[in-house]
Design a protein around this ligand. Structure first.
Ligand SMILES: Nc1ncnc2c1ncn2[C@@H]1O[C@H](COP(=O)(O)OP(=O)(O)OP(=O)(O)O)[C@@H](O)[C@H]1O
Length: 466
């Protein structure tokens, strides 16, 4: 039995869910809803064919068996002999490294989240990596990024700004206990076709970093990897070469051994043909609860994500639910094992000189992909060439632009290389709010105070205005 209370309604309503039923809700912007589990169990007896959860739960059990086998194998324990193998392959002791594919609005992100949360709730100290290579979504960071986050606690699910958990913030006094510390690269665009080569390289960078990180961590390695992908990797409207190249980049970079295809028969057949001989390809059903998100909703979420990055988020508990405050701190509520960040941040608006920042964009602003060039033609500027952006040029594209602040390059000059900035991860973001060309100055909004002098930033195609 669940008690539900929406913000505009002071009296709770009770719902009795039969076994195999799923409780679904949709909220208007700004509305919030509290759900209290009153009686019964929310793990579930799976008997209904109405929901996709039985398939997801069975899948989780199979993945869990793979993790246990992999860890046992790594520890050289005889547990290996006793753990049932996945798909009958008695030789395999590989942990699950899963690529989730599916058309737009098929519920890929939700499946990724469900599988990650099942894993970390299993009580086995798993810490799987959640990889987000969908730049239109932003994962735990901002749209335009791709990221890898080790997940050790259930992902926050209560805010549309961070559907894949919140990363730690600039707040000086507080880092919530389960905030993520993702490794982030800046692709800078929403669509994967805009610069496929760059996205390919960033995916491979993420992979290398994940394996470096896992090298001395058998528990982490056994926990596996879950990769959430953009819909364009599965959409029929996208060119086959582009899709296949990015799928291959993911398969190679994250050593994928399980491909999950969410509710798409043709794609399942295609993946079976391409990868079926060397890994498990499984089609899983699309949940009937998935909501079709339109472009307007997505652009509203992008704005909300940007606002939350700079100003934090306030989480409003519907009135009449005082018990939810139990266990709260000044900065967050702990509800159902999830920490809901409730932070007001204070960004800083600073005037800086043009010369403080070195600003790049990657490739020309308008550039057809290499594959679209006539056969034999080469271009002068490559898609991956960092090009300096001059703020003094009218039309530089900097006004209201979101700029990714990069980690410093290698201090050893002899280790530097031309395209090094493509391989530097992101440490934060700033937005240009005013440009004063005569005085060679600009105003930038940054999450915290601190000098930006000497920093390298990259311009993409994202803009934001308060
Ligand atoms: N079982 C469910 N019940 C209610 N809402 C759901 C359910 N599954 C997914 N949703 C909602 O449907 C929307 C789309 O789901 P999701 O983001 O998982 O799809 P996706 O395939 O990853 O989308 P995209 O094409 O953008 O990558 C989200 O708002 C999500 O919260």
């Amino acid at each position: 039995m669940f008690a539900e209370m929406a913000e505009e309604r002071a009296t709770p309503r009770e719902w009795i869910l039969n076994a195999g039923y799923e409780y679904r809700f949709e909220l208007d912007p700004g509305a919030s809803l509290a759900i209290k589990h009153v009686t019964g169990q929310a793990s579930t007896e799976y008997i209904s064919e109405e929901t996709a959860m039985p398939a997801y739960a069975n899948l989780h059990l199979a993945l869990e068996a793979m993790r246990v086998r992999a860890l046992s194998h790594a520890q050289g324990s005889d547990e290996l002999e006793r753990t049932p193998p996945y798909d009958g392959d008695s030789e395999s002791a590989e942990p699950p490294r899963i690529l989730i594919l599916g058309p737009p609005n098929s519920g890929k992100t939700s499946v990724a989240k469900i599988l990650i949360n099942y894993a970390v709730r299993a009580g086995q100290d798993w810490c799987p990596f959640l990889i987000n290579v969908d730049p239109s979504e932003g994962g735990p960071m901002l749209p335009g990024t791709v990221s890898a986050s080790p997940i050790s606690a259930p992902l926050q699910t209560s805010t549309p700004a961070h559907t894949l958990g919140s990363s730690s913030t600039s707040a000086p006094t507080h880092v919530s206990s389960n905030s993520l510390l993702p490794l982030v690269y800046w692709y800078g665009h929403e669509g994967t076709k805009r610069n496929g080569l760059l996205l390919d390289r960033l995916i491979r960078n993420l992979g290398e970093n994940v394996w470096d990180r896992l090298e001395d961590d058998p528990q982490g390695r056994a926990s596996g990897v879950i990769v959430d992908t953009p819909a364009s990797l599965s959409a029929s409207g996208t060119s086959g070469d582009h899709r296949q190249a990015l799928i291959k980049a993911c398969v190679d970079a994250f050593r994928v051994n399980v491909i999950l295809v969410v509710g798409h028969e043709k794609l399942n057949v295609e993946m079976q043909r391409t990868y079926g001989s060397r890994m498990t390809v499984v089609k899983i059903p699309k949940s009937g609860g998935v909501v079709e998100l339109d472009a307007l909703y997505r652009s509203r979420i992008h704005k909300y994500q940007m606002h939350s990055y700079f100003y934090g988020e306030r989480f409003s508990v519907p009135p009449g639910m005082p018990s939810l405050n139990t266990g709260s701190t000044n900065t967050g509520y702990i509800i159902g094992g999830e920490q809901n960040t409730d932070l007001a941040l204070s960004p800083s608006s600073t005037i800086i000189s043009f010369s403080d920042l070195t600003i790049y964009r990657i490739g020309e602003e308008t550039m057809a992909p290499t594959s679209a060039l006539p056969i034999g033609a080469t271009r002068v500027v490559s898609e991956m060439q960092p090009l300096l952006v001059d703020p003094a040029q009218p039309g530089s594209g900097l006004y209201n632009a979101v700029l990714a602040l990069l980690a410093p390059p290698n201090p050893d000059e002899s280790e530097r290389y031309d395209e090094e900035i493509l391989d530097l991860h992101v440490v934060g973001f700033i937005v240009v709010t005013a440009i004063d060309i005569p005085n060679k100055r600009m105003t930038v909004l940054a999450p915290s105070q601190g000098s930006l002098a000497g920093r390298i930033v990259i311009l993409g195609s994202f803009e934001w205005q308060e």
